[in-house]
Design a protein around this ligand. Structure first.
Ligand code: FMN
Length: 219
């Protein structure tokens, strides 16, 4: 089965092309309005992603967004943002989601190719260690606090434009992911980083989380 998932924006102009090619389309949405529009344009499911997530984010939390999207559309809803263990998975199912998407926890997996410095920074992170750059420019990105985010947010607060600040973020994800520069690079990670404290294989993570979620859902 061919599947395309899209993030950070509105993929409307590509939808007809994908549908004509027999591709299943699952866009990430951060609002009810976008979820409804994606359903109208033929999306097969939507990923309702809350602001807790790592990377490009919207405003609503997973807790508030997921049930509102579930009520608004009849296609399956996948919950994302702030899910880090079996409790989070069970909670997402209780909100009406049929599946979950997780990012931050899998960044530290054995299979993940990010630099060990990046993984260790996530493992060390506390609950309040993430911040958001780019809010004033309409391109908010959640990452872990460091020299780069402090400088970016300071200049943003001084009214500097997106273009003026691009020098701080151009190639900055590569810097962190490949070179392990967690001081000047962008260490994208979500608020759940504070709860992630061990490196495991994906299989170990999934087995552990599914056992916990199943136990909770059968309680
Ligand atoms: C390092 C990192 C990079 C990401 N890059 C993208 C991306 O390029 N496109 C996208 O749609 N989402 C991206 N995401 C978001 C994830 O796909 C996922 O929805 C999100 O991480 C879920 O929230 P969580 O981090 O709390 O698990 C990224 C997340 C992380 C942590």
């Amino acid at each position: 089965m061919k599947v395309v998932t899209t993030g950070a924006g509105d993929p409307e102009k590509y939808m007809d092309m994908w549908k004509a090619a027999g591709v299943k389309v699952i866009p990430v949405v951060a609002s009810v309005a976008l979820a409804r529009r994606m359903e109208k344009y033929g999306a097969d499911a939507v990923i309702a992603e809350g602001t807790e997530s790592g990377g490009h984010i919207g405003e609503l939390t997973t807790m508030t967004l997921v049930p509102q999207v579930v009520d608004a559309v009849s296609i399956p809803v996948i919950a994302a943002g702030g899910i880090g263990d079996g409790r989070g998975i069970a909670a997402a199912f209780m909100l009406g989601a049929e599946a979950v998407q997780m990012g931050t926890r899998f960044v530290v997996s054995a299979e993940s190719i990010v630099h060990d410095n990046y993984k260790d920074r996530i493992i060390k992170a506390k609950d309040i260690d993430s911040t958001v750059t780019g809010r004033t420019h309409g391109h908010p990105v959640r990452c872990l606090r460091n020299k780069m985010t402090r400088e970016y947010i300071k200049l943003e607060n001084e009214g500097k434009s997106f273009e003026e600040l691009e020098y701080l973020t151009l190639g900055s994800l590569r810097k962190a992911v490949q070179d392990g520069d967690i001081t000047d690079g962008t260490v994208m990670a979500g608020q759940i980083a504070g709860m992630i404290n061990k490196k495991q294989t994906c299989k170990e993570m999934i087995d552990e989380m599914m056992a916990e979620a199943t136990k909770l859902l059968n309680r």
